[in-house]
Every structure is written in C-alpha cells, then in structure tokens.
Design a protein around this ligand. Structure first.
Ligand code: G4P
Length: 526
C-alpha cells in the first residue's frame, strides 16, 4: 500500500455523548462489527459512578480503564478505524477538549427519550469551534422516546446544526420494528417480538413497494410513506462536502444495545468521514502527505504503578511516517528522543509497533519529557496549534502540609499539571501557588495522587477568584505598566506567560476599561 493510500484509509474519530446516552455501548458494538472484540461487555464504561466507594477510588479505577480504552483501533473493510475515548465525567471537560483536537470527526450519540442534554450541547460547541464533521446517532429507539421529527427539530434548534436523516425508524418503543434506509431503499427489521434478533436486510424497489406493507403492516407502511414524503420536502439531500465542512450532520436511528442501526452507521461513516487533513502550526500548514514525520501529544497518563514514575504520552501523528527507534525532536525542549517501545492499541490489545501513519494514535513511554501540547518532529521547529489551556472554573491556594517534603510536592504538582489534571499558576507578588481546575473532582484526584505517588501532602485553601486570563499587548511597556499596577493580581502559568487573576466580573471589566491596550484572553492560545 502506498503512503497516500495509508492516509486515505484512516478514520480517526471520537464518540461523544451526555453520560448514559450509550457511548460505551455503541463503541463496543462498533468494535464487535469490526471484528476487534468477540464478546459484548469487553469495553468498560469510563463513567464515574456514584457509589459507596469514594470518588477518587472510582477515579483511580477509571484511570486504569481509560489507559486501555484511550484508543481503540480496528480494520473494517479496507479502512483503519481509530476510536479515541473521551472521559465520561463533565469535570474532565478539558481532557475531552484535548482529545477532540486529535480527531478528524465525531459521532454524537443522543438518547431518543432525553433528547439534547447539557453535555451534548457543550461538546457540540467544541466541534463547531473547529468545524469538526459530526454524524448523529439517535439511540434507544426500543424505548418510548420522542417523535423522530420532533427530535430532529430539537437537535437543529438546540445545537444550531442542520441535519439530514439517513435512516428512518418504523415505530418506536414497544412498536419499534426497524429502520428504513433512506438512501438505499432497504429495510432492516427485527425478527420476532423480543427486539433482540436482527433480520436480514430486505431490499425493496422503492417506498411504494407492497413488500413493506407485508413486512410491517399497512398502518406502519402508510406512516412510513408519509414520513418519507415529508423528509424529502423538508430536508436537503446530503451534501458530503457540507458535512465535511461541519455544516450539515447526517442522522441515523437505532438501538445500540440491540445492535440495531449500527451497520448502516458504520458503513456510511467509513465512506464519508474525513481522512486526516492538513493541520495548522505556528509556522504554517502541515499536510499529512508531507514525508517528514510530525505529531503532537494530547494526553498523558501516569503509570498506574506508583513505584514506576514512567508515563504514557499519547501522540497523534499528523504527517509523515513514525518509525520505531528513530530519533525525533521534542520542539519545546529542543531534545532528541528515541522510542524503542511505541505502542499501538488494537481494541484491548496493546502491541509494540514498527511504524504508524497520519491519523494514528500511539502511546510513547515517557520518563517526564513531555507536556500536553508538545510537538514532535523530524527536526523542524514548529508547534501544532489548537491545544490551548482554558481559564479554569475553580481555584485553590496550595499549602504545603509537610515542610520536609517540599521537593516532592513541587515535583508532584509539576508532573500532575504536565499531565493536564489541573493548571498551576504562581503569583508574582509572593510566589504562592494557585491550582485551577474545571471541576471539583480534580482537587480530590490531586490530593490523593500527591500522597500516594509523591508522598507529599498539601491542603487546598479557598481563594476568591472568578477567572484567570492570559494577557497580552502589542506595546510591551503598556503590558509592564499594567502588571505593575495590578501587581497583587498577576501570576504566571507554567510557561511563564502572564495571567491576570480577576476576582469578579466587575473587577475584570474595570481593568479592561482602564487599560484598553491590554488584551484579556480566556485561553492560552490567541
Ligand atoms: P454512556 O457510555 O454514554 O454513559 O452509556 P452506556 O453505553 O454505558 O449506556 C448507558 C445505559 O443505557 C446502559 O444501561 C446501557 O445498557 C443502556 N443502553 C445503551 N443502548 C441502549 C439501547 O439502545 N436501548 C436501551 N433500552 N438501553 C440502552 P445500564 O443499565 O446503565 O447499564 P447495563 O447494566 O445495561 O450495562
């Protein structure tokens, strides 16, 4: 196979959903259809369940699961499918954001009973920011859900995207019979009453074929014909280019737990979903066909064994071919690195690989050389864009509780924040450390991991903060003057970039009004 063919057969994507909509189930079914796993139940949910165990124990368990489910790759037809897992808890929204920087498209799962939910909304906003192509899978059609047209309306209105149904449900809940394939004139029906046995695909001449009446009864056949008439009148044909530009989303209906509608989804997905495309760097665009290797780190996992400090850094390959044992260049550290055990993930199986192509995600064993967002190249000095830090939502002062373990605490905080668990700011005026997170759970995680992995103990004390905003100005003198004026409210992030710590929206507004030449940014990339 040529290099270009290798690129074109790759489909790297994530499944996103509000918790409980069926992301894990759908992932598992795709792996089953792709032949990557043999039995259901093999993929563990990465949801953090509220149970009798405390949250951080649950998180530790999830960390174990999420290493194995970080990437699930399989071959289907002639395609290489890479599914990247996203965390199941909203406190880890930033992890999800970073993972979405490493995919080329997404499949969004919506529960037909619940419709659009808060996490669905947030995740789709992220996709829209990047114009990521989205395919929608409406799940749980075996339940008494909302009317299909109402659901589509809700999706269009709430998520502000245009949709185009590709399949259409016949009945819903108890009366759910199966789906009609709108593009291929075929029916997929359940056999028997138990909604678990798939029938074979029935090819029909067109929507008026009396075979439909025979198989689903004339009431359902009439309803289907009316629905299809309406669909053709209301929704435009699928324009694949518009889908690739993130302007229209094809929609499939089904029931993941019952294997229903998955084949249609997967077949259409591999056909229309994008292969790896060019990416933006601080030194121009890099095309995947560029023969020189490049990629970036979007996720770092500490090893679960506390005796070993090594970690796995997940690298998304953007151009060229990655080869084992070759020297590559960590642009930030200006350091040559060689990897003797790069790991690929074929579903549950980890294996050492000799080469990997654009679109692939591989795990690199790392003794602390990487930070999230790092670029790795064949020698060129550029950084991939699109993996910024966001202003955290919650802030705490870190106080060292054991003066004998200052170094350990320092190291622990450095490494945990390198992994992207939280952000670390150092106040200009007194050097105090401030930790910022998206959710409250992270403080528990940090405290627990500092103790168990670094033998350090810290307390997190209240600090009254609304936002941490990166500041810039075209006039360096003005920036210095601002930093002098607001001395007590200035901190530096880990990259030594200056940040304004705003205690309230009002104080931020005051600063903006008084210093019009200063730009305040909610993310570190601007
Ligand atoms: P998530 O990863 O998006 O959080 O969802 P997950 O797949 O774990 O599914 C959440 C629940 O919804 C699971 O039930 C799962 O079995 C169920 N489910 C998934 N697809 C369908 C479907 O098509 N129809 C119906 N009726 N249910 C579906 P659970 O009771 O939480 O877990 P389990 O004990 O069944 O595993």
């Amino acid at each position: 196979m040529t290099f270009t063919e290798e690129i074109k057969r790759r489909r790297t994507f994530a499944i996103i959903a509000h918790p409980d909509a069926g992301k894990t189930t759908l992932t598992e079914k795709l792996l089953l259809f792709g032949g990557a796993i043999q039995t259901a139940g093999a993929v563990k949910s990465n949801k953090i369940k509220k149970s009798t165990t405390s949250d951080f124990m649950e998180i530790e368990k999830q960390r174990g699961i999420s290493v194995s489910t970080s990437v699930m790759a399989f071959d289907y037809k002639n395609y290489k499918v890479n599914i990247l897992d996203t965390p199941g808890h909203e406190d880890f929204a930033e992890d999800t954001y970073r993972t979405l920087s490493a995919v080329d498209s997404v499949i969004m799962v919506i529960d037909c009973v619940k419709g659009v939910e808060p996490q669905t909304r947030k995740l789709l906003e992220v996709c829209r920011m990047r114009n990521t192509p989205v395919i929608v899978f409406i799940n749980k059609l075996d339940r008494e859900g909302q009317n299909a047209f109402d659901l589509l309306d809700e999706i269009e209105k709430e998520l502000k995207i245009k949709v185009r149904p590709m399949t259409w449900p016949i009945g819903i809940g108890k009366s759910f019979k199966g789906v009609y394939n709108l593009t291929q004139s075929s029916l997929n029906l359940f056999e028997g009453d138990n909604k678990t046995t798939l029938g074979e695909t029935i090819t029909i001449k067109d929507i008026n074929d009396p075979l439909i009446d025979k198989r689903v009864g004339s009431d359902f056949a009439t309803q289907l014909r009316e629905d299809v008439d309406l669909i053709d009148g209301v929704y435009d044909e699928l324009n694949v280019q518009k889908y690739l530009d993130g302007q229209i989303s094809p929609v499939f209906f089904g029931s993941a737990v019952n294997n229903f509608g998955i084949h249609e989804l997967l077949d259409c997905f591999v056909e229309i979903a994008p292969f790896p495309k060019e990416r933006d760097t601080d030194n121009g665009i890099i095309a995947p066909e560029n023969p020189k290797f490049s990629g970036f780190i979007f996720k770092i996992h500490a090893n679960l064994d506390p005796k070993h400090r090594d970690r796995i850094a997940f690298l998304r390959i953007c151009s060229g071919k990655f080869e084992r044992n070759k020297y590559y260049f960590n642009v930030r550290e200006k350091k040559e690195l060689r990897f003797s055990n790069p790991t690929a993930f074929m579903a549950q199986q980890k294996s050492v690989i000799d080469e990997a192509f654009p679109g692939d995600v591989i795990g690199l064993y790392d003794a602390g050389n990487f930070k999230i967002g790092d670029s790795l190249t064949e020698g060129a000095s550029f950084q991939f864009k699109g993996i910024p830090s966001f202003s955290p939502e919650l802030f705490r002062y870190v106080t060292n509780m054991d003066p004998m373990k200052t170094k350990q605490l320092q190291k622990g905080l450095e490494q945990l924040t390198d992994e992207g668990v939280a952000q670390l700011f150092t106040k200009k005026v007194d050097g105090r450390k401030v930790i910022g997170t998206v959710g409250a759970l992270q403080f528990e995680v940090i405290q627990h991991r500092l103790k168990s992995e670094y033998n350090a103990s810290a307390s997190f004390d209240q600090i009254n903060l609304y936002k941490a905003l990166w500041i810039s100005s075209t006039d360096k003198k003005k920036l210095d003057a601002f930093m002098q004026d607001r001395n007590a409210h200035i901190a530096f992030d880990k990259e030594e970039r200056p940040v304004f710590l705003a205690e309230s929206p009002w104080l931020l507004q005051m600063a903006q009004e008084k210093f019009p030449d200063i730009q305040f940014h909610l993310k570190s990339e601007f």
